[in-house]
Design a protein around this ligand. Structure first.
Ligand SMILES: *[C@@H]1O[C@H](CO)[C@@H](O)[C@H](O)[C@H]1NC(C)=O
Ligand SMILES: *[C@@H]1O[C@H](CO)[C@@H](O)[C@H](O)[C@H]1NC(C)=O
Ligand SMILES: *[C@@H]1O[C@H](CO)[C@@H](O)[C@H](O)[C@H]1NC(C)=O
Ligand SMILES: *[C@@H]1O[C@H](CO)[C@@H](O)[C@H](O)[C@H]1NC(C)=O
Ligand SMILES: *[C@@H]1O[C@H](CO)[C@@H](O)[C@H](O)[C@H]1NC(C)=O
Ligand SMILES: *[C@@H]1O[C@H](CO)[C@@H](O)[C@H](O)[C@H]1NC(C)=O
Length: 741
C-alpha cells in the first residue's frame, strides 16, 4: 500500500503568471493546448560543439535520417534520432542533400566560400564521401546565411541561388549536360530570396501532352508598383523539365521561365506579405496538388503571419491563359509595367512543348521561333496574380512569426481525409492545425527550443515530424493522442488522428479497426455529447495561517476554456483578496473568511468540467497547531520542518496501525483493505489536529480514482512536485512510501 502524504506550507513570494486569454487574438487563433518543452514527449538530438542542424534528407529505404549541420553529416535512426548510426566530419557547411536514383547521395557545402559538391554513400555504419570535389557554383550558396533552394529530378540537380560571392547574380539553373539557367536580368530575377522548388510530374498523364514542371517560390523586389520605396512581393515561377533553351535567342537559357505574383491577402496590411516556406501535397494525381505557403510581413511592425494554399490548377491557368505584363517607358526615363493587350505569338511564349507545338512542328525548345522567345525574354511576368484558394488565408495569426510548414494527411474515424498543418515558428515552437470548412482549429502549440531558436527545417515521415534548429533536432509523433486526457479533452480537440475509445477509456490513435459505435470523434463541430458523464473531483484539504497568501492551482486542459472559481457554491470575482490567473487562484491576506469549499471548473464550447476542489481551512489554535502558531510566520522553513516531523509521527502511527500494533477504533478490517473514507475517519479520530494529513489521503484517493480526473490530478501532481523548493509559492511535498520508513 502506498501512502501519498503532502505537506503544505504557504509562502509570500509573488510570482507573475500569465493572465487568462490572449490579448488582441481572435479565439480561433489561440492554440488550444500549450505543450511545454518538459512534456513535449520529443526526442532531441544534438552533438557537443556542432551547430546549425538545418538540412535533412529522409532515407526511408535505409530507415535513416541524414542530417547536415555545420561541418558534419550524421546518419540517425529514423525511429529514434537519438541513435547515431554514422557521422562524417566533412569540414564543410552542408547546404544540399539529395538522394540519387543509384542509392548515392549528392551533397554540397559552402566550403569556406568555394561551394563544392560530392557524392556520399552509406554502408556498414560509415557515411563515405567520394572526394569528387565538383564545382558547386550556382548549386549551393557562397554564404550560408543566404536563402536558396534545390531539387533533384532523375539524378539532375535544379537549383536557385547566386552564382557569385556577392549574391548579385541570382540564377535558377539545371546542372546537367544540357545545363541551362535564367537570364541575368532584373526583369527575370530582381534581388530574389529563393524559398522552395517543387517538381510536379504531370508529363505522364497530361492529356495535352504537356511536360513535367519545376515550380519555384521566391520573393523579390517588385517592378509593377508605382512606389517610391523599395517593395518586395512573393512570386511563383515555373519552367518545363524538357526545356533545352533556344537556338539563337535564349541560348542555354530557359525558354519557359514564367513568373506571377503570389497573393496572400491579410486585412489591414498595406505591404504584401512575403513567402517564407512552401510545402506541396498531392493527394492523388498532379491535378490535386496544393501548395501550402507560410507568409510573414516585410516590415516587423506588423505581427501577423499567414498560411495560404494554392491549387496547382489555379497557378497553371494564370501561366497558360493569363495576360502578360510589359514595360513601357513614360516621360523618357520612368519605366512602368502594364498589362500587355496586343496579340501574343503562337506557340504561346513560355509554354512547354505540348501536342499543339508538336502539331506545328516544334518538337523541342530549340525549334521555337525567335518571336516567341524574344517575347518571353522581355516579358516573363504575368499580369494576373495567383490567388489563394478560397481567396483568403487558411490561417492568420498574431505572435511569433511562422518560419516553416509541412502538411500531413490524416484519415478520420468516418474515413474522411484531413490536411494537418505543422507550422514552425521563430520562437522555437510548432503549431498543429486543421482547417474545417474554413474554420481554423489549432490543436496545440508544442514548444521545442528556447524562445530565440527559430525552427529552420521541418520534415515529415509517415508518423513522425523532424524539427531542426541551430541548436538541435527534435523528433515528435504527429499523433500524440495520449496528451488528451479526458473524453471532453479528446473530442473538443478535434484532432483527426485521435478519438475517445469508450472500451479502452482513453484517447486513442484512430486506426482502421475502430468503429464509430465505440470511438467518439466529431471533427466538424466538436460535439462531445456522447462523452460519459464526469464525476466531480473529491476535495483536497488545504490549511493556511492568518495573513498568508494562498495559491490554489487549477490548470484547465484547454487554453480556450473559461475558468470558473466558486467559493461555497458562489462565483468568485476578482478583488483585492482574490486574483484569478490562468492556472491558479491567489488569495491575499487570507483571513478566516477565506475558509470554505472552493471549486474550479472550466467551460469550453458549453461543456463544463470540474477540475479540482479545495477545502480551505485556517490553522486552529489548539494542540500542535497552537504551538506552530507561535512560530513567527516568516520562518517558513522551520514551520515546514515541524510539519514534516509531525507527519513522520503521523506515519509512524499509521504504520503501527497497519501492522496491527494499535487496535482500530472504527474500522475492523486491516488498514490495507480500508476504503479512503475509513482512513480519513481514522485520521480525524486518532489525530484530530492533523487535518493536513487527512487532506493528503484525499488527494491520494483522487489520484487513484483515475477515470475522469486523471488529467487534472496528474497535472496537479506534476506541478506540485516541480514547485517544491523552487518558486516557493506553494510547497506540497509527497512522501511516496512503498512499505517502510
Ligand atoms: C567503417 O569505418 C571503420 C572505422 O573507420 C573502418 O574500420 C571500417 O573498415 C569501415 N567500413 C567500411 C565498409 O568502409
Ligand atoms: C549557426 O548557428 C549559430 C549558433 O546558434 C548561429 O549563431 C548562426 O547564426 C547560425 N548560422 C546560420 C547561417 O544560420
Ligand atoms: C487499433 O487500436 C486498438 C485500440 O486502440 C488496438 O487494440 C488495435 O490493435 C489497433 N489496430 C491496429 C490495426 O493497429
Ligand atoms: C457531429 O456533430 C454534429 C452536430 O452536432 C452532428 O450533426 C454529426 O452527426 C456529428 N458527427 C459524428 C460523426 O458524430
Ligand atoms: C450533438 O450531437 C447529438 C447527437 O449525437 C445531438 O443530439 C446534439 O444536439 C448535438 N449538439 C450540438 C451542440 O450540436
Ligand atoms: C494585509 O493586511 C494588513 C493588515 O491587515 C495590511 O497592512 C496589508 O497591507 C495587507 N496586505 C495586502 C497585500 O493587502
Amino acid at each position: 500500500m502506498m501512502f501519498l502524504l503532502a505537506v503544505l506550507c504557504v509562502f509570500y513570494i509573488w510570482s507573475p503568471s500569465t493572465l487568462t486569454g490572449g490579448l488582441g487574438s481572435t479565439p480561433n487563433t489561440i492554440p488550444r493546448k500549450t505543450v511545454p518543452i518538459s512534456s513535449n514527449g520529443g526526442r532531441l538530438f544534438r552533438e557537443e560543439g556542432v551547430w546549425n542542424y538545418t538540412i535533412m534528407l529522409l532515407r526511408e529505404d535505409l530507415n535513416m535520417l541524414i542530417l547536415g549541420a555545420r561541418e558534419t553529416i550524421f546518419a540517425l535512426d529514423l525511429d529514434d534520432i537519438t541513435v547515431k548510426k554514422a557521422m562524417n566530419d566533412c569540414k564543410n557547411y552542408i547546404r544540399i542533400l539529395h538522394k540519387r536514383n543509384d542509392d548515392r547521395m549528392y551533397v554540397c557545402g559552402t566550403k569556406a566560400f568555394i561551394p563544392t559538391c560530392d557524392y556520399m554513400s552509406y554502408a556498414d555504419g560509415n557515411l563515405t564521401l567520394e572526394g569528387k570535389q565538383e564545382d558547386g557554383k550556382g548549386k549551393c550558396p557562397f554564404d550560408p546565411s543566404q536563402r536558396y533552394t534545390s531539387e533533384m529530378v532523375d539524378g539532375v540537380l535544379y537549383s536557385a541561388t547566386s552564382l557569385n560571392f556577392r549574391g548579385s547574380e541570382p540564377v535558377m539553373m539545371r546542372s546537367s549536360e544540357e545545363s541551362i539557367r535564367t537570364e541575368f536580368s532584373s526583369t527575370w530575377l530582381n534581388e530574389p530570396n529563393f524559398i522552395h522548388m517543387a517538381h510536379i510530374r504531370e508529363g505522364k498523364s497530361n492529356p495535352e501532352g504537356d511536360d513535367d514542371k519545376l515550380y519555384l517560390f521566391f520573393s523579390e523586389t517588385a517592378v509593377e508598383y508605382d512606389s517610391y520605396t523599395k517593395m518586395d512581393v512573393s512570386r511563383v515561377a515555373r519552367v518545363c523539365k524538357g526545356d533545352l533553351g533556344g537556338q539563337r535567342t535564349l541560348q542555354r537559357k530557359w525558354t519557359s521561365f514564367l513568373k506571377a505574383r503570389l497573393d496572400c491577402p491579410v486585412p489591414n496590411n498595406n505591404l504584401p506579405l512575403l513567402v517564407q516556406d512552401v510545402f506541396h501535397l498531392c493527394p492523388s494525381d498532379w491535378t490535386t496538388c496544393v501548395f501550402y505557403a507560410v507568409f510573414t510581413p516585410q516590415l516587423d511592425s506588423s505581427q501577423y503571419s499567414a498560411v495560404c494554399a494554392y491549387k496547382i490548377e489555379d497557378i497553371k491557368t494564370v501561366f497558360s491563359k493569363g495576360k502578360f505584363k510589359a514595360s513601357v517607358t513614360v516621360e523618357t526615363s520612368f519605366v512602368k509595367w502594364v498589362m500587355y493587350s496586343a496579340d501574343v505569338p503562337d506557340p504561346r511564349p513560355g509554354a512547354c512543348i505540348d501536342n499543339h507545338a508538336r502539331e506545328m512542328g516544334f518538337t523541342k525548345s530549340l525549334d521555337l521561333p525567335d518571336k516567341t522567345l524574344q517575347f518571353i525574354k522581355d516579358k516573363p511576368l504575368m499580369d494576373q496574380a495567383v490567388k489563394a484558394s478560397g481567396e483568403k488565408p487558411l490561417l492568420v495569426k498574431r505572435g511569433a512569426a511562422f518560419t516553416r510548414i509541412v502538411v500531413a494527411t490524416a484519415t478520420a474515424l468516418d474515413r474522411t481525409s484531413h490536411q494537418v498543418m505543422f507550422i514552425g515558428t521563430k520562437s522555437g515552437s510548432v503549431l498543429k492545425a486543421v482547417n474545417y470548412n474554413s474554420e481554423m482549429a489549432i490543436m496545440e502549440e508544442i514548444q521545442l527550443f528556447g524562445p530565440s531558436e527559430p525552427v529552420k527545417i521541418l520534415r515529415l515521415s509517415n508518423t513522425k515530424l523532424y524539427v531542426g534548429s541551430d541548436v538541435g533536432v527534435v523528433q515528435l509523433s504527429i499523433n500524440e493522442c495520449g496528451r488528451y486526457h479526458t473524453c471532453l479533452d479528446c473530442v473538443l480537440a478535434r484532432d483527426p488522428y485521435c478519438g475517445w475509445d469508450l472500451n479502452a477509456d482513453q484517447c486513442s490513435t484512430i486506426n482502421s479497426t475502430h468503429r464509430t459505435s465505440t470511438v467518439i470523434q466529431n471533427l466538424s463541430y466538436g460535439n462531445a455529447s456522447r462523452c460519459p458523464q464526469i464525476e466531480d473531483s473529491k476535495s483536497v484539504s488545504v490549511s493556511f495561517f492568518h495573513g498568508n497568501t494562498v495559491t490554489l492551482w487549477c490548470q484547465p486542459y484547454s487554453n480556450l476554456a473559461q475558468v470558473q472559481w466558486q467559493l461555497n457554491g458562489r462565483p468568485i470575482k476578482a478583488s483585492n483578496t482574490f486574483q484569478i490567473l490562468s492556472d491558479s487562484l491567489m488569495i491575499f491576506n487570507a483571513t478566516a473568511d477565506a475558509s470554505g469549499y472552493y471549486t474550479c471548473s472550466s467551460v469550453e464550447r458549453n461543456y463544463q468540467t470540474q477540475h479540482v476542489a479545495y477545502d480551505l481551512k485556517m490553522w486552529s489554535a489548539s494542540g500542535t497547531t497552537a504551538l506552530l502558531h507561535n512560530v513567527k510566520e516568516k520562518e517558513n522553513t522551520l514551520v515546514a520542518m515541524v510539519v514534516l516531523l509531525s507527519l513522520i509521527l503521523a506515519m509512524l502511527v499509521i504504520w503501527n496501525l497497519y501492522k496491527g500494533h494499535f487496535p482500530l477504533p472504527f474500522c475492523h478490517r486491516r488498514v490495507k483493505d480500508m476504503e479512503n473514507r475509513c482512513e480519513q475517519s481514522l485520521y480525524e479520530n486518532q489525530l484530530p489536529e492533523h487535518k493536513i494529513a487527512s487532506s493528503t489521503v484525499n488527494l491520494n484517493s483522487n489520484n487513484n480514482h483515475v477515470n475522469d480526473q486523471r488529467y487534472s490530478s496528474s497535472r496537479e501532481r506534476d506541478r506540485l512536485s516541480t514547485t517544491v523548493g523552487s518558486s516557493g509559492q506553494i510547497t506540497l511535498k509527497y512522501i511516496d512510501d512503498e512499505s517502510e520508513i
